[in-house]
Design a protein around this ligand. Sequence first.
Ligand SMILES: N[C@@H](CCC(=O)N[C@@H](CS)C(=O)NCC(=O)O)C(=O)O
Length: 217
Amino acid sequence: MATIYYFPIRGRAEPAKLVLASQGVSFKLETVDMQQIKNLSRFKFGQAPGYSDDEIPMLTQSNAILRHLGRKYNLYGSNRKDQAAIDEAIDAVEDLQLKYLGLIYGAKLADDAKATYWSTHGDPKNKTSRNGGAHLGFLAALVASGSKGHIAAGSFTIADVAVFNILDNHLQIFQKEITDTYPELITFHEKISAMPAIKAYFGSEDRVAQNNANGLG
Ligand SMILES: N[C@@H](CCC(=O)N[C@@H](CS)C(=O)NCC(=O)O)C(=O)O
């Protein structure tokens, strides 16, 4: 059975859970202890999440897990052009994810840090400023340039999952700002949330309530 080894939060395990849920694949969450994993060689980099299934005894690195699931469940495009576009989107999401984690864990979501974050990574007027390639405007453009409401390949792929998840995290903090600024992102979020399997997952116990380990965001 697909097993995710992680803390009882959404965090970096959530994209994998979303993919499995979207395919109707049941999974088990084995909660881990931070100190314990430091001494377990199967957590190759001393970090979680980890993932295992019938093919892979243990895989770490959340984006490697996401890509493995994409290949396993045919959610990774069917030609190199689409696959490249999917990779591009996942890597762009990672750039924004690192900024987001800085806001949550580094700045502890302080009001002034939130304002600076929105100005740098959300406000359209700073899309062309130095923002480390991390800006919600880029995601909005990505969504708008996709086809059939999907980021790549004109169908549901792991790129949709990556973009959905980072957007979902940002909506916890910047709901009003995003709604007022990027209606295309709201439409995309609503579309993915309305997929029957995703909707069922959100209503299930598998969707843990806490987003980040420090309870913020
Ligand atoms: N690049 C890794 C980062 C994983 C990561 O930062 N995991 C955190 C929890 S979300 C962790 O295990 N931290 C403990 C540590 O770094 O010592 C991934 O994407 O999986």
